[in-house]
Design a protein. Structure first.
Length: 517
């Protein structure tokens, strides 16, 4: 399998990086209806998605859907605005640097947790130190390992990166964004994740696992009169049709979905639709272990996919992803296009592999989440496509939320359903560098590593965009990730719910949303 060879020039930059500097991730702005009048206090926001958070402990918040509930409970040190593609203040007022190595984090003064204890620089340091505890298996540990910090005063942390890294704001906005009360963490121990104490806009009052989480307004939240809603309820409704029916029936008033047909129906019914374009798309991340460690098998898998068939059958009326990035992306070049389906070519590669490995069939698994008719249909189509190659078999493994995330984080999969996640291209670094904190597939490519490293060491937007394009080309060459539709998230709400602003992959700023009374 060919590997790309590129000359990547490192550009040094000494300009100050401020909180409001564009992250240059490209993409289209989300579409959102304008709120009707001034925000009003009161009411309940009831949100539904197809799976729930596995934990709301700060050290595990960065895993999957947990980002949303954690934002509600803890607030976030910083936010990445999907529309403007800029970093914005949260519990911290600023995060600045002159050289990409020495950073200053300034917290808002006089913050307190809901137990009355101070939310200060010592509390941030405590939480970041806790993420380093190997016994907690924190997905934030990799981000914390790359920096050191020192408390300068109650509202200031001096943060030093082990190397020049202009992407650190991404980690302050996600991996290390959430801060729990040190007092409560010490008192509650392992039970803290079931009874969390934060300083965010809402306080968790009940969690019926697998069904719903209930959070009530924090009357001491720093940014009064926010949050506007008196209560936030987070429901788990696996099937898209069930969520949409619940929305129409008034059982929920915010839903997340990735299928455009529901957004079209909602708009026709006079509802609000907030759209956000994400990195990557609906598809599969491909392991680099077992039979897939052989380049011939990986290349054969890349030649089997028929994106058009999947889209016509499952997502009619939506555009087919012909490559990793759409043509209007700042990271697009021709090397990001997917290979054409080539069953004869795939057969030759599999025959060659089997001839050298004893002649046994290549048995692969497709791991997906249970309870989704759409993903079940996708899995059956992939099975049929793989079956066109003699000796290449695909088995569907449908897992519930906890088991699915366990498989994803442990790397116990061959092909796993994945949308990469988030609107920020930093996710490419997390997932596809050799030592990336979210690289569960075992993927490793020196050219991709070099390109993605440049996105951290350069503060020049053009250089960074070119480096991302080079990395994407290498990922496509290596058949590490394949998707059939570009990722978009739609947040749908009735006309009396306003201020829905996309955040993370499937969430919204819970402190900004309001219900018209």
């Amino acid at each position: 399998m060919p590997k790309r060879s590129r000359l990547l020039a490192v550009v040094s930059a000494g300009a100050a990086l401020s909180l409001m500097l564009s992250a240059c991730s490209g993409g289209k702005e989300s579409a959102q209806n304008e709120p009707a009048g001034d925000p009003a206090r009161g009411g309940t926001l009831t949100y539904a998605f197809n799976t729930e958070a596995q934990s709301v402990d700060p050290v595990t918040c960065a895993l999957g859907i947990g980002l949303g509930p954690c934002q509600a409970i803890y607030g976030a040190l910083m936010y990445y605005n999907i529309d403007s593609r800029e970093f914005q203040p949260g519990m911290a007022e600023s995060f600045t640097t002159q050289d990409g190595k020495e950073w200053t984090l300034k917290l808002r003064p006089n913050l307190t947790f809901t137990d009355g204890t101070p939310f200060d620089a010592d509390a941030v340091a405590f939480n970041w130190n806790r993420a380093l505890d190997p016994a907690l298996l924190s997905p934030s540990a990799a981000a914390a390992t790359g920096i050191t910090w020192q408390v300068s005063d109650p509202t200031t942390l001096l943060v030093t990166s082990k190397k020049v890294d202009y992407q650190l704001p991404n980690y302050i906005a996600e991996d290390l964004a959430f801060v729990g009360s040190p007092t409560a963490i010490k008192e509650k121990g392992k039970d803290f994740g079931n009874a969390p104490v934060g300083a965010g806009p809402f306080i968790m009052t009940n969690w019926a696992r697998g069904t719903q989480m209930t959070l009530d307004r924090n009357p001491q939240y720093w940014d009064q009169p926010r949050p506007y809603a008196d209560r936030l309820v987070i429901k788990t409704i696996p099937a898209d049709d069930q969520r949409y029916n619940a929305l129409q029936a008034g059982e929920i008033n915010v839903m997340a979905v990735t299928l455009k047909k529901y957004a079209d129906r909602a708009e026709a019914a006079g509802m609000n639709v907030s759209e956000a374009t994400m990195m990557g798309g609906t598809g599969v991340q491909i392991s680099d272990r077992g039979p897939l460690a052989d380049p011939r098998v990986r290349e054969a898998v890349g030649k089997v996919f028929d994106n058009e068939q999947i889209m016509n059958a499952v997502y009619p009326g939506e555009d087919v992803a012909t490559g990793f990035t759409p043509a209007d992306s700042p990271f697009y070049d021709q090397s990001s296009e997917w290979p054409a389906q080539d069953i004869a070519g795939a057969q030759k590669l599999i025959d060659d592999y089997r001839a050298q490995t004893g002649g046994q069939d290549v048995e692969l698994t497709f791991t997906t989440t249970a309870g989704s008719p759409v993903l079940t249909q996708v899995g059956e189509l992939l099975q049929a496509q793989f079956a066109k190659v003699n000796g290449l078999n695909l088995k569907i493994v449908a897992l519930d939320g906890g088991a699915f995330y366990s498989a994803l984080t442990s790397g116990n999969y061959d092909l796993i359903i994945s949308s990469l996640g988030g609107a920020n291209p930093e996710n490419l670094y997390k997932v596809f560098t050799t030592d990336g904190p979210s690289n569960t597939s075992g993927f490793s490519d020196p050219g991709v590593d070099q390109a993605l490293e440049l996105t951290h060491t350069s503060n020049d937007p053009d250089t960074v965009n070119k480096a991302y394009a080079d990395a994407i080309g290498g990922i496509v060459d290596a058949n590490a990730y394949r998707f059939w539709r570009h990722a978009k998230t739609y947040l749908i709400s009735p006309s009396d719910v306003n201020g829905i602003e996309n955040l993370y992959s499937y969430w919204f700023r819970s402190d900004l949303a309001w219900v018209q009374q």
